[in-house]
Design a protein around this ligand. Structure first.
Ligand code: UDX
Ligand code: ADP
Length: 480
């Protein structure tokens, strides 16, 4: 029986290993983590992450061939294949601060593997890492090998949160990079055999190590670039009276472009896009390619511009001040169907409104109050250092309240900002919301989820990203 151990029971490691266990009953899969609370949650009825379909998969195989444990060293020692799925945050200090990946967790995992291994291992990079990380890991392992043979593979994860289980069941492709040596090819084949249990052979791509590592960064950079492109056009739409949804639809009809990832929004978030582009930028700079670095940096700049443009729109519409006004924030997660808030645009928007002394009332169906307070008190890059590895969280933000109901959030508010596209926000009773708000009542739709015309008929002043502006908003041009 092949034994797999995955180090890191997070958003990537947990769902990926659960699906491998489900699809490969002959393989024993153990997911290990240094966080005892995270492992306890994986072993309970309340999984530590919200992901549609995940509960079902875990229930089917937990205790049979899927296990969650804090006994990191024992399971690493026993495994044939070790997936490493630990955090790779952006460095907050020292060389490359704010850009380069901090490989502290990765390095300590590699040193631990070297310490405890007595039999040959295939070590698989699962978390996104900078190009050439495999080389560094290989050096750590081989210099401490004690006769053990290690093969390093890169097998980047392409799942998106909210659709992770579906993405894992039917991936567009599985990518496996390895050394171009006989031992390397054998390791690639071993991992290929795992995925071949359910993924058609022609969707399993094999490349050299560096291509696999770079493909992950490039794929995320391309996706993020599409969003920044449509968001840049959204600003022009507002200025000219065009409608960004119509423009995106027309553009996406070109089969060379395609329709996906062209929804204008308040900005992209999530643990990957910004981090991976920063990484790409840093790698380009280190390789003497400043023009290429600047090209990709612009994708992030447009994303930041989009978030501050949204805040400016809110403030300028409300007579250039939100000081002391209550603003309801509907949605805090970085996209719908997840409780994840890493790099969510809601953080920057809320901080912007708080900076202007608004008092904000937040509702999200999946994000806890504790998480929201921690996010708003955190520094820019601290989000990727797990809470249990961080110093105690700073004092609560006073102008913020968190509710468990959209109506309570909007009660007595001057404005409502929709920052996540949760389906339930389409179905709210907006007449009820309007009746309980201060007048004039504003809705700022950062995800284009509401029917603006219906809301206008109720009496709201509505701003929708990239859509023709209400005359009210035209008369109150956004502050530059
Ligand atoms: C992304 C990649 O899609 C995935 O392949 C990779 O493995 C990890 O990073 P994820 O961050 O989970 O996945 O979600 P994704 O669906 O890509 O959305 C990222 C952000 O872009 C979200 O904030 C989302 O709301 C935003 N977005 C997406 C838009 O603003 N407009 C769109 O058209 C699509
Ligand atoms: P991702 O989205 O990439 O899955 P997460 O932050 O959700 O990232 O998960 C990474 C997990 O890795 C965390 O639960 C963290 O506790 C765990 N981790 C970090 N370093 C180690 C280590 N050396 N050994 C075991 N687990 C680790």
């Amino acid at each position: 029986m092949v034994k797999i151990c995955c180090i890191g029971a997070g958003y990537v490691g947990g769902p990926t290993m659960a699906v491998i266990a489900l699809k490969c009953p002959s393989i024993e899969v153990v997911v290990v983590d240094i966080s005892a609370s995270r492992i306890a949650a994986w072993n309970s009825d309340q999984l530590p992450i919200y992901e549609p379909g995940l509960d079902d998969v875990v229930k089917q195989c937990r205790g049979k061939n899927l296990f969650f444990s804090t006994n990191v060293e024992v399971h690493v020692a026993e495994a044939d294949i070790i997936f490493v799925s630990v955090n790779t945050p952006t460095k907050t200090r020292g060389l490359g601060a704010g850009k380069a990946a901090d490989l502290t967790y990765w390095e300590s995992a590699a040193r631990m593997i070297a310490d405890v291994s007595r039999s040959d291992k295939i070590v698989v990079e699962k978390s996104t890492v900078p190009v050439k990380t495999a080389e560094a890991i290989e050096k750590i392992l081989t210099h401490n090998s004690k006769g053990v043979n290690y093969q390093i593979l890169s097998n980047p994860e392409f799942l998106a949160e909210g659709t992770a289980i579906q993405d894992l069941f039917t991936p567009d492709r599985v990518l496996i990079g390895g050394r171009e040596t006989p031992e390397g090819s054998r390791a690639v084949q071993t991992l290929k055999d795992v995925y071949a249990h359910w993924v058609p052979e022609d969707r399993i791509l094999t490349t050299n190590l560096w291509s696999a590592e770079l493909s992950k960064l490039a794929a995320n950079a391309f996706l993020a670039q599409r969003i920044s492109s449509v968001n840049a056009i959204s600003a022009l739409c507002e200025a000219t009276g065009a409608n960004v949804s119509e423009v995106a639809f027309a553009v996406g009809k070109d089969s060379r472009i395609g329709p996906k990832f062209l929804n204008a929004s308040v900005g992209f978030g999530g643990s990957c896009f910004q981090k991976d582009i920063l990484n790409l930028v840093y790698i380009c700079e280190c390789n003497g390619l400043p023009e290429v670095a600047n090209y990709w940096r612009q994708v992030i700049k447009i994303n930041d511009y989009q978030k501050s443009r949204f805040v400016n729109r809110v403030v300028s519409s409300m007579f250039n001040t939100v000081s002391g006004k209550k603003i309801a924030v509907l949605g805090f997660a970085f996209k719908k169907d997840t409780g994840d808030t890493r790099e969510t645009p809601a953080i920057d928007v809320c901080k912007g409104l708080l900076g202007d002394k608004a008092s904000i009332s937040i509702y999200d169906p999946q994000v806890t109050e504790e998480q929201i307070r921690r996010d708003l008190a955190m520094n820019k890059f601290d989000w990727d250092h797990p809470a249990h590895l961080q110093p105690t969280s700073p004092a609560a933000v006073k102008q913020v309240s968190v509710t468990w109901d959209a109506y309570a959030a909007a009660k007595g508010a001057h404005g409502v900002c929709i920052l996540t596209e949760w389906d339930e926000f389409r179905e709210l009773d907006y007449q009820r919301i309007y009746d309980n708000m201060q007048k004039p009542a504003f809705v700022f739709d950062g995800r284009n989820v509401v029917d603006a015309e219906k809301l206008r008929a109720i009496g709201f002043i509505v701003y929708s990203i990239g859509k023709p502006l209400d005359s009210w908003l035209k008369d109150m041009p956004a502050i530059a």
